[in-house]
Design a protein around this ligand. Sequence first.
Ligand SMILES: [Zn+2]
Ligand SMILES: [Zn+2]
Length: 389
Amino acid sequence: MADKKDYYEVLGVDKKADEAKIKNAYRKLAKKYHPDSNPGDADAEAKFKEASEAYAVLSDPEKRKQYDRFGHSAFDGSGGGGGGFDFSNMGDIFSEFFGGFAGGGSGNSWFDDLFGGRASRSRGPEPSRGADVRVSTRITMHEAFTGTIKKINVNFKGECSSCHGSGAKAGTSPEKCHKCGGTGQVVFTQQSFLGMMRSVGECPDCHGTGEIIKEKCPDCRGSGYKAAAKTIEVNIPAGIDNGQFVRIQGKGDPGYKGGTRGDLLVGVSVTNDTEFARDGYDLFSEVYINYPTAVLGGEVNVKTIDGEVIYEVKPGTVSGTRVRLRGKGMPTVRNRNTRGDLYITLIIEVPSKLTEEQTEALEAFRKTLTGKEKIKGKGKKKGIFGKNQ
Ligand SMILES: [Zn+2]
Ligand SMILES: [Zn+2]
């Protein structure tokens, strides 16, 4: 951890910076390097993580004090247990900045990829949290619009009913490991050219559990768990986007030695819609208008995700004109009454077959053209000769 950058330096603030300043600095960095805006960019990801770690420490008065006194060694875990930074409270920080949903989890796939979720620690003699269970489901854009309930089959670890999770055969119980005295850790001594080296590691006899099972439960082969399948109804909030997660607390694998259960993470994929494209909470579609309406103006029916609306086309509308219909996009996950916008691109349709009467009318119209009509938009745009006029 010697090459770790100073947290103040990472956020670009000085050591006397107050809470608001630190928050502001992090907000800027987080926005810039957010995985959602830099997909697949490992460098941005590292910077995002670095800034998040710095913020997690400096935004917490107690941790900041420790950091000011001891530097990075305050958190490097040299005091025992695994090393590394504890990201367990990052979920709260992120929900403050980026919003979270469904049980207070981050709800973001990148969050778990980046920070390893709130995964269980290695098995030790202490109770530990169960692992998160991941499943996925597919919904339509209309379901994403309304929100939906999906029945999902989940395979997770269930407690073995024969041994009640102890892993020992019925009538027996696990014994304290003699090698480590039940601590799960042993001190290794090694002869090296520097002299005797001591290091602490997982007990090889009990694999860190602190217990030895003499007679294994035949039903679970000593694991204490059995595969269990269950159908769970998952409430998928309106506004959810492709690739997002719904986190259901306490529906993952059971914890170890009374530790809390892990969470169920439901990855949601939203199928492409034939009518609407989506970007964030905004929707995009194409609306065809006929030539007279484009020239003279008039009403057209516009299909939105929740029904038709009438749009008044302005006279002299050019093909390709994009119009915004406010509040006709997707609802936001946080509040379904707040919605994005619908952008419609107006395209003038060219009929491929006309009746005799229509042809005559168009021919008559053509005869009236003098070539001196004022044409909307002409000459305003950058021409094909690449010169601005
Ligand atoms: Zn069992
Ligand atoms: Zn042991």
